[in-house]
Design a protein around this ligand. Structure first.
Ligand code: CAA
Length: 385
């Protein structure tokens, strides 16, 4: 008998500072309409000196554990592009900060912005084998490009933690899925670089190619026809990209798709900016937290990670899902961020790359539950606030 698996809880975290893109536009002489309308971005979250993927991922997961406890969690999968170590999984310090039992496997998933989807599918596989297992999937990223580059306005930082279980309260993951991989140098980050290298125009084309190819594979593997998909969430490196994706999909399948339905999915990402692996799941959170009643709705999800791996899959929203949501918590987190000016943002950006050969104590800056305390003996240290 097949097991019904999906998202039982979903919590969001982001960094403690925010930069208004109008301020960035004024600084670099760009028309603010380019960012607000052309890219569909209003703000970006900016990490303080004591924040990174571990602190954000642990903060999101703390909220999940506070509600559901840790019983049955034997796997923690942390998906990220912005890993903090070449060897040790970032989920290991998260596991320690959360006080999870030692009887838990922890591993990091990497493939640019796509890997959270691979983690979700892996979680579903583990639960299909043993329906009593609950898997903690964390997507956490800091999107960092070079200062003064065209990509600068598409930075951001955020995390989503998902509790994946049998008989979930929020959304069931459907079996059909469509995948596509192509070796493309559209965006990557060499081992010696704190910022991503990107060919912006190629990346947009590779993403749009990915959606049609993943869609075709989804249909070839029993995925629902387009008229049976009620809502769509697309990966949002900048929210206007979701509109481009939707248009390309509509053109490909030869039907008119309502672009207005995409708007609600952009609510958090417009303010957080790109959060790479977390971005698609922030789009899902915004959709679920929106005003529409989605009981029983099928949501088409498009996940894209440069390099490039694409996946189109679908979720079915469960009756009563609203009682499992956290919209007010997410709004409060966004509102609690400290606005910074361009000078402070540039300082934080420049100070982010630490040389592990030098011990350092980071200043206490964040107000989240956990902080990056500094480097000792080349290892990163974390603490509870
Ligand atoms: N008012 C309104 N709109 C304006 C405007 C104004 N005053 N000025 C310009 N625009 C519009 C442009 O017409 C353009 O619209 P279209 O895309 O519809 O043509 C839009 O604003 C952007 O303008 P440009 O194309 O001139 O922007 P750019 O070349 O300076 O940079 C970018 C855009 C290439 C996306 C760049 O921000 C970038 O490289 N970003 C990082 C890469 C990225 O996010 N790629 C997305 C796909 S890859 C992926 O998804 C993985 C991932 O997360 C990184």
């Amino acid at each position: 008998m097949s097991v019904t698996v999906g998202i039982h809880d979903l919590a969001v975290a982001t960094a403690g500072h925010t930069l208004a893109l109008d301020a960035l536009a004024a600084y670099n002489g760009t028309d603010p309409g380019k960012y607000r309308v052309g890219l569909g971005q209003d703000q970006m979250s900016v990490p303080g000196p004591d924040e990174d993927i571990v602190t954000m991922g642990a903060a999101a997961a703390r909220a999940v554990l506070d509600r559901h406890g840790a019983d049955g969690i034997r796997t923690l999968l942390l998906a990220t592009e912005s890993g903090v170590d070449q060897s040790k999984a970032a989920g290991v310090p998260v596991h320690a900060l959360l006080g999870l039992p030692s009887t838990c496997r922890v591993v990091e998933f990497k493939q640019a912005c796509y890997s959270a989807t691979a983690a979700l599918q892996a979680a579903a596989g583990l639960i299909a084998r043993d329906r009593s297992e609950r898997v903690l999937v964390i997507a956490a990223d800091v999107a960092r490009y070079e200062l003064d580059s065209a990509a600068e306005a598409t930075q951001g930082a955020g995390a989503v933690a998902m509790l994946v279980t049998a008989d979930p309260a929020i959304a069931v993951l459907e079996h059909a899925t469509g995948i596509h991989t192509a070796d493309v140098d559209d965006f990557w980050r060499p081992n010696d670089s704190p910022t991503a290298v990107v060919d912006g125009k190629l990346s947009v084309e590779a993403y749009l190619d990915g959606i049609v190819r993943a869609w075709d594979d989804y249909r070839a593997h029993g995925g629902s026809p387009i008229d049976q998909i009620d809502r769509f969430c697309h990966h949002q490196p900048f929210t206007r990209m979701a509109v481009k994706a939707h248009r390309r999909l509509a053109e490909h399948v030869g039907v008119a798709l309502d672009e207005g339905l995409i708007d609600v999915t952009t609510g958090y990402n417009r303010r957080i900016g790109n959060s790479y692996t977390a971005s698609l799941y922030l789009a899902l959170a915004a959709l679920l937290d929106g005003a529409d009643d989605l009981d029983g709705a099928r949501v088409g999800m498009f996940s894209y990670g440069s390099g490039a791996v694409s996946e189109f899959f679908s979720l079915v929203v469960q009756p009563g899902y609203r009682s499992a949501l956290r919209g007010a918590e997410t709004e409060a987190l966004l509102a609690a961020r400290t606005p910074v000016d361009v000078a402070r943002y540039r300082e934080l950006h420049a100070g982010a790359a630490l040389d592990s050969r030098f011990d350092v104590d980071t200043p206490v800056d964040s107000r989240g539950p956990f902080r990056f305390a500094g480097i000792r003996g080349r290892a990163r240290r974390y603490a509870a606030n």
